[in-house]
Write a protein that binds this ligand. Sequence first.
Ligand code: ZN
Length: 157
Amino acid sequence: MTSDLRDLYQDVILDHGKRPRNARVIEGAAFVQPAYNPLCGDKGTLYLSMDSTGQKIADAAYVGHGCSISTASASIMTDFVRGKTRQEALRTFDLFHDMITAPPDEAIHRAVEDLGKLSVFSGVAEFPARVKCATLAWHALKAALTEGPAAGPVSTE
Ligand code: ZN
């Protein structure tokens, strides 16, 4: 990764970490999914509302506290999945997870090809200890969409 690109990605993460989008409660949400990363202390709750078919995410929000990577990831994720179907969202979970657990050189290629704005997290591949921070909100998303209200709180441990 070039240092310019690295700086740009870092700026985007810091911006979303300081001013998270969609940091609000959705009243009457279809899914309310708590999530916790004991390794870092990141903690939050994901809210999802679905469209009338129940297959498309109408709105997504996340309220939590934690490190800037976890906050930024939840912010960008909730923007990204709004309007996506369940299948599209779960497919994106897989792509995102594969990207940040790939060898760093490979991560950037996968990111640019498939993930658009989520590419800003490709640098996390260089810091395995932060992977759980970057995926916390995504694990909440997956649990909500695949297990529903029965999922119980998600923990990365
Ligand atoms: Zn963290």
